[in-house]
Design a protein around this ligand. Structure first.
Ligand code: SF4
Length: 431
């Protein structure tokens, strides 16, 4: 915080929690779907630093989906942080002697902790008994409905799976634990869950949905990727026209497929480029390299900007894997320079990437070789760099992420929105 006074202190703590995880005392765990606190839904990846069987009590009583930090010795403004469990973390959430929930760092209290209340819509089930949390969980303090329609990825095994991704392992561990975890979500179940959310989210906190899942290189339900994910968008927009901002995370697809997403009613497209450096993309994303290739991936991102408009193409990268051993950069300077080059490439064309903070999950190749993740200095300097490149290109925070600024942001899996200046949220070009 002292070295980077222009980065909000909230963002520094949030990045450290996201990159290294946090531990929970039993008193801070939820009573799963029967309590008053919203439990962690495991909406796509595990985002934990241990496998489920190694989480102790947190494997039986889920941790909360997110926490919100305020106050403490740093007088933190409201900061929403996605929960990544690490029983070995120096950060721990527990209740103090007065019964207040607080975040401790090495036994020193550093913030008050608020837990997300159980939303009304989680208290209702679909006609077939499935829970809304399983079919249509919400994150970002209720802003985003996260629809992982396909919980597996057809990039499979060591030669195809992204080296930082545990989607396939996470599916297997939830099935092994006997938890409901549907591989392919039927369209009518998603519509039923959304109807429950629409009915009970009377404050209209939910503003967007993301359709996503693993890459489809062959077919699922007889459909290739654009039609598989697109059919959900089509059904949602027919049933609830314009109720939420529709987003899709998919491969960088050919222009005709991207146009179909748009025609189905999607407003924001996330063709994630994951890491900028050429060698690291090839090594860390072997499936993407094999099926599409880095140059073609980038070309398709630019093409898709002609379909959606550059503001509504928001490719993600996984911040931190630039520094993952054995192939990553060994100095923060080099890693930041490379990442900045990628940001400039897209931002100079009006496209605003965003990033999630890498969680080194233990079953992934990069997580195994880098259990500590990337250095905090990298993450803090990235926040600085991201803002600088954005401002140099005359851009502002991307649409569909809620309000920017410390104290305002709800985006929970990186602090890029916490570190941008506060401003009213802008509508997408499609509304
Ligand atoms: S494309 Fe890569 S990051 Fe995405 S689900 Fe498949 S393996 Fe994971």
């Amino acid at each position: 915080m002292g070295r980077f006074p222009h980065v909000p202190k909230e963002a520094v703590i949030k990045e450290d929690l996201l990159r290294g995880g946090l531990a929970f005392d039993d008193s801070a765990l939820t009573d799963n779907e029967d309590g008053d606190v919203k439990p962690k839904s495991y909406f796509i990846f595990s985002f934990d630093h241990r496998t489920l069987p190694e989480l102790g009590s947190a494997a039986l009583r889920r941790p909360p989906e997110e926490i919100v930090l305020t106050g403490g010795p740093y007088e933190l403004r409201r900061t929403v942080v996605s929960v990544r469990v690490n029983p070995g973390s120096p950060y721990r959430v527990k209740t103090d002697d007065d019964g207040r929930m607080r975040l401790y760092l090495d036994d020193r209290p550093i913030a008050d902790v608020g837990l997300p209340p159980m939303p009304d819509y989680y208290r209702h089930t679909l006609p077939n008994g499935k829970s809304v949390m399983e079919v249509a969980p919400t994150i970002q303090w209720g802003y985003l409905i996260y629809l992982t329609a396909y919980r597996l990825c057809q990039y499979f095994g060591a030669t195809e799976e992204c080296q930082y991704c545990d989607i396939n392992h996470n599916y297997r561990q939830h099935k092994a634990a006997g938890r409901p975890y549907t591989a392919v979500k039927p369209t009518d179940e998603i519509l039923e869950a959304l109807a429950i959310i629409d009915k009970y989210d009377t404050a209209r906190t939910s503003k967007a949905y993301t359709l996503t899942g693993g890459s489809i290189t062959r077919k699922v339900d007889g459909l290739a990727e654009a039609d598989f994910y697109g059919r959900y968008a089509q059904a949602i927009e027919e049933r609830f026209p314009g109720r939420w901002i529709g987003k899709v995370v998919a491969q960088a697809l050919p222009r005709a497929d991207v146009q179909r997403f748009k025609d189905y009613g999607i407003q924001i497209y996330h063709p994630n480029y994951e890491v900028w450096d050429k060698k690291l993309f090839e090594l860390h994303c072997p499936g993407k390299e094999r099926y599409v290739g880095r140059e073609e991936w980038h070309r398709r991102i630019l093409d898709s900007a002609e379909v959606f408009g550059p503001r509504n193409v928001i490719p993600n990268f996984v911040a931190g894997i630039e520094m993952a051993a054995p192939h990553g950069f060994t100095s923060v300077d080099e890693a930041i320079d490379s990442t900045a080059e990628g940001l400039q490439y897209f931002m100079s064309r009006g496209i605003t990437p965003r990033f999630t903070t890498w969680c080194p999950e233990p079953t992934t190749p990069l997580g195994k070789s880098n259990p500590q993740g990337a250095p905090l200095e990298y993450h803090v300097r990235l926040l600085q760099t991201y803002r600088a490149v954005m401002e140099a290109n005359g851009l502002t925070s991307p649409p569909g992420y809620g309000p920017p600024g410390p104290g305002n942001a709800v985006f929970s899996v990186s602090s890029f929105m916490d570190s941008l200046p506060a401003e009213p949220e802008k509508a997408t070009s499609a509304g």
